[in-house]
Design a protein around this ligand. Structure first.
Ligand SMILES: Nc1nc2c(c(=O)[nH]1)N[C@H]1C(S)=C(S)[C@@H](COP(=O)(O)O)O[C@H]1N2
Ligand SMILES: [Mo]
Length: 248
């Protein structure tokens, strides 16, 4: 069953779940500004502002209309702890021979892959030509030694709520990264830093932010948005009832 793109859970959440952001934005810009700004741009501004609130710069409101490069900030939790080079950890466990825990330095010391492709959110927005850089997921899986009966990979996040998954065949693709950098800069907190998943060929909801766990499992378990109607196999242009141009 495909969700109706114009009434996707993400948008419902944006509409209902952010009374503080809406109130602050209305109070700051005033109704005159709202009359001029079209709805999609206003929505971007709200997301950008919320991103700044949860990040570090709540003062730069006008600079966030529209926000940085077309990205919209998403989090299913009200706040997310900050993790840095000192306290970030990524665990790899489940159906593997060699479970491992990586620090940020460990991940930085591994061979890095850089990909430049479009980003496509299932709600419609697209950001062209975005560089992501990091360690191939397949490399971490090989290092862990995936057991024969394994069929899927589950991702967990240090926001404590978001989850995602891939089949093992998907996870082994060369265009899926454990990303440390985006737009040729270290991944900032708002974009899921210091480490997020980047699943180039799929809708951006597969690219779990604030990645903290990779667990090899027998079967695919639907992730956060997939429990709420999104397709588990999220190929751009071939899922969720959409016909976007592919990103890979
Ligand atoms: N942990 C976590 N990862 C997440 C999300 C989220 O809410 N929490 N939202 C997903 C969705 S729907 C999108 S479009 C992108 C948004 O990434 P951005 O905030 O860097 O633009 O993150 C994806 N990964
Ligand atoms: Mo999304």
């Amino acid at each position: 069953m495909n969700p109706e793109p114009t009434e996707s859970p993400e948008e419902e959440q944006e509409a209902q779940g952010r009374p503080i952001g809406r109130r602050v934005l209305l109070g700051t810009l005033g109704l005159g500004a709202l009359g001029v700004v079209s709805a999609p741009v206003l929505q971007k501004g709200m997301d950008g502002f919320l991103g700044a609130v949860s990040g570090k710069d709540p003062t730069g409101l006008t600079g966030l209309l529209p926000n940085g490069g077309g990205f919209r900030y998403y989090s299913v939790t009200a706040s997310v702890p900050n993790r840095n080079a000192q306290n970030y950890r990524l665990t790899v466990d489940g159906l593997v021979d060699r479970p491992a825990t990586y620090t940020l330095a460990d991940l930085r010391a591994m061979p890095q892959t850089r990909l430049v492709k479009d980003v496509q959110c299932v709600t419609g927005w697209r950001v062209p030509g975005t560089p992501f850089e990091g360690v191939r997921l397949s490399r971490l899986l090989d290092a862990a030694g995936v057991r024969a009966k394994a069929g899927a990979v589950r991702f967990t996040c240090f926001d404590g709520a978001y989850t995602e998954s891939l089949t093992l065949d998907q996870a082994r693709r060369s265009d899926i990264l454990v990303a440390l950098r985006m737009q040729d800069k270290p991944l900032g907190h708002d974009h899921g830093g210091p480490v997020r998943l980047y699943v180039a060929p799929m809708y951006f909801y597969k690219s779990a932010k604030w990645l903290s766990g990779i667990t090899v499992t027998e079967d695919v378990k639907p992730g956060y948005w997939e429990d709420r109607g999104y397709d588990v196999d999220a190929w751009v242009g071939k899922s969720n009832g959409r016909d976007d141009d592919p990103t890979s």
